[in-house]
Write a protein that binds this ligand. Structure first.
Ligand code: NDP
Ligand code: MG
Length: 388
């Protein structure tokens, strides 16, 4: 039996992971499930899977969780220390699917114990790629990509060596505004930015998809995870979102990963790796799909892509500042304080200001200085938003 834990079990990635595990209960021994506010779902899954422990991130929710787990044999726990204790429990495979910067520390702890970490949490690589991968290396632990683009690149690299790779092409749907006149973007409303043409996801990631901040994070993750120069990383708009990424080799071949819009594919690949096993995802009918199209992203429509290039080139703590400023700018847009295009302006101003006054290019990436850069960037973003 494989011992598994799921961090962020109540979220979209967590629930898809649980779906796969429930289909083959004899194969898995569930150690820890963690969640946040949704303690009802957490308790239900922890009971159904016979987890050793269920942890909510919020201490005030513990009595409720404990009551729901009474006589189940599942231990209830809460708070940051309990999350960290759960991350340190021996497991063969841990899903890192907490959203936001809070996902970094449990992932690091899991890697310190030599576990295989299936990484969905984007912020870990964007804010602290060298720290995460260095921790994995030192402890003989493995990080596997779960974001669909990185899983696609990873799969297209099987049996190949990096020295033959000339290009990594990350596809983007182009988001809600890919066909809008650029002049109209300044007036895009929250409702308009919150509806995605292809994927059904949460509001924040859908807006990040319209602005391409999501793709920007993925470009930075690509550089960090695969250890390649930013120059070989490309983005192309592919409105059908069926090719998730491509790898171009030095003989001119491009290997494309094609698959349905279902995160259970990438999660399942990481769960069964290095084997490939049958998964409950739709089989594509290519004749019915008919056409796959591509076009170049325009700089004026997607300023976030230019900012991602800057972050990839600068390295150091720039990723932590970028992520924090982007989250704060997104909050400002959702709250109606700034317009759609101002999100990128806020992030750019924070990066400019921070690279001028502080050691953002410090390559000594520790959890402490990542948190400090995060904190400072949020403060500056808030000030910029407040001062209009
Ligand atoms: P969700 O918002 O659906 O779920 C997030 C999970 O994290 C929930 O279990 C939530 O608990 C928990 N959580 C939230 N805040 C905290 C906190 N401060 N401390 C501990 N736990 C917390 O996110 P997704 O599943 O969509 O995404 C998870 C990660 O994977 C993100 O980094 C995302 O960018 C990335 N990702 C997602 C993809 C997708 O298709 N959804 C694709 C690729 C990457 P609760 O809900 O109970 O409050
Ligand atoms: Mg993705």
């Amino acid at each position: 039996m494989q011992k598994v834990s799921i961090f962020g079990a109540t979220g979209s990635i967590g629930q898809n992971t649980i779906d796969l595990i429930k289909r083959d209960p004899k194969a898995y021994d569930v150690v820890a499930l963690t969640g946040g506010h949704n303690v009802g779902q957490l308790a239900k899954d922890a009971r159904a899977l016979g987890a050793d422990v269920a942890v909510t991130a919020y201490e005030e929710r513990l009595p409720e969780l404990r009551a729901m787990l009474a006589r189940s044999g599942v231990q209830a726990a809460a708070g940051q220390a309990a999350l960290e204790e759960a991350a340190a429990r021996p497991a063969d495979w841990i899903m890192s699917a907490i959203v936001g910067a809070a996902g970094l520390k449990p992932g690091l702890l899991a890697l310190e114990h030599g576990t295989t970490l299936a990484l969905a949490n984007k912020e870990s690589l964007v804010t602290a790629g060298p720290l995460l991968l260095g921790t994995a290396n030192r402890n003989n632990a493995t990080v596997l990509p779960v974001d669909s683009e990185h899983s696609a690149v990873f799969q297209a690299l099987v049996g190949e060596t990096m020295d033959t790779v000339e290009r990594i092409i990350i596809t983007a749907s182009g988001g809600a505004f890919r066909d809008w006149p650029i002049e109209a973007l300044a007036h895009a409303t929250l409702a308009e930015a919150s509806s995605h043409p292809n994927w059904d996801m949460g509001q924040r990631i859908t807006i990040d998809s319209a602005s391409m901040f999501n793709k920007s994070m993925e470009l930075i993750e690509t550089k960090e995870f695969f250890g390649v120069s930013p120059d070989i990383i490309e983005t192309v708009i592919h409105p059908e979102s069926l090719i998730h990424a491509m790898v171009g080799y030095n003989d001119g071949a491009i290997m494309a990963h094609v698959g349905p819009h279902d995160m259970r594919h990438a999660i399942g690949y990481a769960l069964h790796w290095p084997e490939r096993k049958k998964l409950p995802v739709d089989r594509l009918d290519l004749a019915q799909i008919g056409t796959l199209t591509f076009r170049a992203p325009e700089d004026a429509r997607y300023p976030a892509l230019r900012l991602a290039r800057y972050v990839m080139e600068e390295g150091g703590l720039t990723g932590a500042a970028f992520n924090a400023a982007k989250e704060q700018a997104l909050d400002g847009f959702i709250a109606g304080q700034i317009g759609f295009l101002q999100m990128a302006e806020v992030v750019e101003q924070v990066l400019d200001k921070m690279s001028a006054d502080s050691g953002l290019t410090n390559d000594d990436i520790t959890l402490d200085n990542v948190q400090q850069a995060d904190h400072l960037a949020r403060k500056q973003a808030l000030e910029i938003i407040k001062n209009g």
